[in-house]
Design a protein around this ligand. Structure first.
Ligand code: TLP
Length: 384
């Protein structure tokens, strides 16, 4: 319970730590009558497939966070943050890592640390760090982005070669090539090691650095059975998120060689990302690394099941064979995507429109196999 002795006035208090959905409520009535109401029957369950960022910390994670040893991390005093940074660096086979509040900050610190204003970076046209980060490469690093059109986020060494221009004062200095694995707008697509090797070889031939947006590298690793450090070995820097499928409430990291991470730490302060007793949230990330990585396989099974269920719903187009991790993208043929999103919301199923006729659904530890079956039925009904 959230309180121990004196009941407050009159009201309802959520006592479930795992989730407020389907939770029990303690109800205080006049005359000091206290009773518990199970909401499981009465409240329709919300099935939240908008993102894996909606994951809430479990009771065990919260307990670990509450007990975390902390200190002032900007002064280098937080033992839990230090433990997370060294464990992340180790997992990714890098010399050092820096803990940051968000995946966006990790990516933008990488760009800022690899470049100087006026430089050019190569990004895939749908890359999160270009498409979804508020124009940050221009605003925070003063770089030019040269877009490469990929196939579900994947491009080739030949694409890198084709985009390169000769060293000439007319042109910006090209410094960095960025990849994303898994690729968000590519529908959770995994880069194969062969594809990475090929792009890395072209980049290296021309003296370019490589950054990986590995917000969901954990998913790629579990799905492909390839350790994170094997993927990471082709890159100078790698960003990872603890706050997506891993289920930590906050936090990401940037890993790489020590001089680069020292430089990123300086920019972290400049960007306002120096946190103080951040061991509280780092503890959630450490818990997630230890306990929530292997279970991502369940999310992948659920995403496949969702796509297979939707494949036979008329009015939709989906390709179950393209589902490699925890994301499903489907197209709506009979109404605008947003209209279906609104109808589904009214029925307790949350998804996101990612184009005029495209919808994204993401599985995570917040949804069960049964939720997936329910969601398919509700989506079929909303279209009917
Ligand atoms: N992605 C979010 C939204 O911003 C779209 C989501 O719901 O998928 N890299 C990748 C590949 C991402 O998908 C995201 C978040 C980030 C970086 C940024 O992470 P945060 O939200 O922590 O800044």
């Amino acid at each position: 319970m959230l309180f121990s002795s004196q009941p407050p006035d009159i009201g309802c208090y959520d006592i479930a730590f795992e989730s407020t959905l389907g939770a029990d409520l303690v109800v205080f009535e006049p005359e000091g009558i206290v009773h518990t109401v199970s909401m499981t029957q009465e409240t329709p369950r919300i099935i939240d497939l908008r993102s894996d960022t909606v994951t809430k910390p479990t009771a065990a994670m919260r307990e670990t966070m509450a007990r975390a040893e902390v200190g002032d991390d900007v002064l280098g005093d937080d033992p839990t943050v230090k433990a997370l940074e060294s464990q992340t660096a180790e997992l990714l086979g890098k010399e050092a890592a820096v803990f940051v509040p968000s995946g966006t900050m990790a990516n933008q610190l990488a760009i800022r640390s690899h470049t100087e204003p006026g430089d050019e970076i190569f990004v895939e046209a749908n890359a999160h760090l270009y498409y979804y980060e508020g124009g940050a490469p221009a605003a925070l690093s003063g770089v030019m982005c040269r877009c490469i059109n990929g196939q579900r986020g994947i491009f080739s060494g030949a694409d890198v070669e084709a985009a390169l221009r000769p060293a000439d004062p007319h042109f910006p200095r090209t410094r960095l090539v960025c990849l994303e694995n898994t690729h968000n707008r590519g529908g959770g697509k995994i880069w194969s090691i062969g594809q990475i090797q090929e792009v890395a070889a072209s980049a290296r031939k021309h003296g370019l650095q490589l950054h990986l947006d590995g917000a969901r590298l954990w998913n790629a690793s579990v799905a492909a059975g390839i350790p994170e450090r094997d993927y990471a070995s082709y890159f100078d820097s790698v960003s990872v998120c603890f706050s997506k499928g891993l289920g930590a409430p906050v936090g990401s990291a940037l890993a790489g060689p020590k001089p680069l991470i020292d430089r990123a730490r300086r920019f972290r302060k400049m960007f306002g990302g120096g946190m103080r007793q951040s061991g509280i949230i780092a503890a959630g990330a450490l818990y997630a690394l230890a306990n929530h990585r292997a279970r991502l396989a369940e999310d992948h099974v659920n995403a496949k099941a969702l796509a297979s269920g939707l494949a036979v719903v008329s009015g939709l187009e989906t390709a179950p064979a393209e589902v490699e991790t925890n994301m499903v993208r489907f197209h709506v043929r009979t109404m605008p995507a947003q209209q279906l999103v609104d109808r589904l919301r009214a029925q307790g199923v949350l998804v996101l429109a990612v184009g005029p006729d495209a919808i994204r659904a993401v599985t995570s530890l917040m949804v069960s196999a049964e939720d997936i079956r329910t969601a398919v039925a509700i989506i079929a009904q909303a279209l009917g």
